[in-house]
Design a protein around this ligand. Structure first.
Ligand SMILES: Nc1ncnc2c1ncn2[C@@H]1O[C@H](COP(=O)(O)OP(=O)(O)OP(=O)(O)O)[C@@H](O)[C@H]1O
Length: 392
């Protein structure tokens, strides 16, 4: 049996760009660890040599587009599928060949998968009955779980007599009542309407924090991932592209896929012009843009094309001047309630014209820069991320 390691220990996951766990989990022991995991369906490799460490009490989100392997990874932790190679540890114990029911895992599925013929209390107590827990203890623990998820008084209802949100609470209580080592949440909000979804996200996170239960959450919704997670593992085609805190993933993506999958981003093709000890100078539009050296990620530059990634909220309108680098014509404004997305056709030199999105608070942009205005755009160096062409 392997000892329980610490996330701050020397065995830290090589793919972890966040410097270990988040503030919430820094220094916590490792709860789940995967090493060199490969999963295949027949000849098709779904997960490629995947290694990952999840801290005790951490809320880790697996985020990625449909088919990238999120559910396959979750099923491996649960024990529903077996890895072709590699090892999985839970609390330092090798579980790779252990069947699902011996792993002490709680799961909430997308469809909740409640037993329709059992009432709420029997649904919640199911896992305890399977484990041979005595009737009195089951009754106490079911009551406590129902209170935790605010289902008190509904113990005798059948699932069909509950709303979607209440059914989800039953599923959560059923997963938690066994006091699992790890809680797995597979797209648990997808059946709920938008308002309820937001409320349940907050509530589940509060319960998770209160219990300190290590949680792996699968979603393809970037908003959910950003708002709920201690860390996010962004997946694409069976690989983890980046694993870091939400803030880090959003502000400092280390992979072009991550930069464009989370939030909106403008990609501006530029060319290497020169460098000094702290900055690169890149030729863009009508001039030069200065970018901090540390903002070049994903490899060395080859002295040629470099793509600048910048989020729309980090670009500003500025008065047109003789030395303006990026200039263009406002072609549209889209009112979004608390902000406006403005579209500007800019000249990016050798690459011709390109449409850039600029996001500003309030209605100011619509009034000050009406459609047809020729304007300059400001690119604050600290908000730019640059990928060399070979990577981007
Ligand atoms: N039982 C199976 N047999 C063959 N291929 C499968 C099987 N289950 C999944 N796959 C394939 O494995 C890949 C990863 O599927 P997986 O369900 O893990 O992705 P996902 O990221 O969870 O997607 P989604 O968000 O759509 O649920 C997909 O290409 C899928 O078609």
């Amino acid at each position: 049996m392997k000892p329980v390691e610490s996330l701050n220990g020397s065995n830290r996951d090589a793919s972890d760009s966040s410097g270990g766990g988040s503030r919430a989990t820094a220094g916590a022991p490792v709860a789940v660890s995967m090493e060199g995991v490969v999963a295949k369906y027949r000849d098709l490799t779904i997960l490629h040599d995947l290694s990952l460490k999840i801290a005790q009490g951490e809320f880790l989100t697996l985020l990625g587009p449909s088919g990238c392997g999120k559910t396959t990874l979750l099923n491996l932790i649960a024990g529903f599928t077996q890895a072709d190679t590699g090892e999985i540890f839970i609390d330092g114990k090798l579980v790779t060949d252990l069947p699902a029911h011996q792993r002490e895992i709680g799961i909430v599925f997308q469809s909740y998968a409640l037993f329709p013929h059992m009432d709420v209390a029997r649904n919640i107590g199911y896992g305890l009955r399977m484990r041979g827990v005595g009737a009195r203890e089951i009754a106490q623990r079911v009551d406590a779980a129902m209170a935790l998820v605010k289902l008190g008084g509904l113990g005798h209802r059948k699932p069909r007599e509950l709303s979607g949100g209440q059914q989800q609470r039953v599923a959560l209580a059923r997963a938690l009542v066994i006091r699992p080592k790890v809680l797995l949440l597979d797209e648990p909000f997808s059946a709920l309407d938008k308002g309820l979804r937001g409320a349940m996200q907050v509530e589940i996170r509060e319960i998770q924090r209160e219990l300190g239960v290590t949680t792996v959450f699968v979603t393809h919704d970037q908003g959910e991932a950003l708002s709920m997670s201690d860390r996010i593992a962004v997946m694409s085609q069976g690989r983890i592209c980046q694993i870091a805190t939400p803030d880090e993933i959003y502000r400092r993506p280390t992979d072009p896929f991550v930069a464009s999958f989370l939030g909106d981003v403008n990609i501006l093709p530029s060319h290497f012009h020169g460098e000094d000890a702290t900055h690169y100078q890149l030729r863009l539009g009508g001039g030069l843009v200065s970018v901090e050296r540390e903002r070049l990620v994903g490899g060395e530059h080859g002295g040629g094309r470099m793509d600048i990634y910048v989020r729309p909220e980090h670009i500003g309108f500025e008065p047109l001047g003789a030395d303006s680098v990026l200039t263009g014509t406002v072609v549209n404004h889209v009112f979004q309630g608390d902000h406006v997305d403005s579209y500007v056709d800019v000249n990016v030199a050798t690459h011709g014209s390109q449409r850039v999105m600029v996001r500003t608070a309030g209605l100011d942009a619509i009034e000050r820069f009406p459609i047809g205005t020729v304007t300059a755009l400001a690119l604050p160096p600290r908000y730019l991320t640059v990928f060399p062409e070979a990577v981007a």
